[in-house]
Design a protein around this ligand. Sequence first.
Ligand code: ATP
Length: 340
Amino acid sequence: MSYKAVCIPGDGIGPEITEATLRVLRAAGAPLEFEEHPAGVAALEKGLPVLPDSTLEAISRHKLALKGPCTTPVGGGFTSVNVGLRKRLNLFAAVRPVRSLKGVKTRFEDVDLIVIRENTEGLYSGLEHEVVAGVVASLKVATEAACGRIAHWAFRFATHRKRRKITVFHKANILKLGDGMSLRNARRVHREDYPNIDLEELIIDAGCMRLVQDPTRFDILLMENLYGDVVSDLCAGLVGGLGVTPGANYGEDGAAVFEAVHGSAPDIAGQGLANPLALLMSAEMMLHYLADQHGDASSERCAERIRAAYEGALENGEKTRDLGGELSTEQFAQAVMARL
Ligand code: ATP
């Protein structure tokens, strides 16, 4: 039994970390069959739009994708590949687990939190206009429907994962209507349907301060789009950086796209410097997701084998340079495969 999934290698460091991840998945016997499709600059180079319909159709068909980071060329009127993908497939919930790893020395040892980010609206509406010369308005959109949807999703997720608390980061003291709407929805869903899970509310500036003082007090963080973008990177920094922070985007119609939090890092592309772990951990999330969806114990076992292998490698000091080690992208993949 194997599952069909789309693979988007992406741009910059994307192809090298994707190759490393696929090698580990194959070596671990992951029940996955990948169909490769382009997006970003790789698509443009094939004479296709940055986000080709064929790529979107393939994801809609298989409802499963592993995506490397994609570059959206600056200028030329291209809309962001990542934002476009999330909107076109209605991938409204981004989930980014942030967990301390043995062998990766950071200020805190037992961080285990999950950032849930609303993926479809806020300042990512793309609605900007020049009101008069020299004055630009960028619209931050909030809708009752999307605020309610992400709140329900987050509480359901928390219940399923046996998590105890959701902390909402907001700025409703200033954005009384917009952020007020997300906060009101979180309160309503909590009160009506999930009173057993704690709900905490923090103004985002104070929340960030508390995060860097003691991230271990947090469990699930829920926030709107731009706050989620920024806080995800902040949280990545608490556990070793962008090289160790995976992510998943879930949609309403069952589509799920797994991708690292980081971007295409063109500054280090093609030099063997990229850490493939964030994408490998995203693939591990994909295997857990398949196990959940299909009650498939073999996917679960495969995910556990991969985790044990990379944790063993890290604990033994086998790390890429971003984590203070010496290994190249490929050597790290080899180190993980040797422990499977
Ligand atoms: P985006 O706008 O998509 O967030 P960005 O270039 O601002 O892209 P990233 O590409 O996410 O940001 O990464 C910022 C820096 O972090 C990179 O330039 C790179 O040096 C480092 N980095 C990111 N991902 C990795 C990785 N997997 N391994 C090693 N270093 C990484």
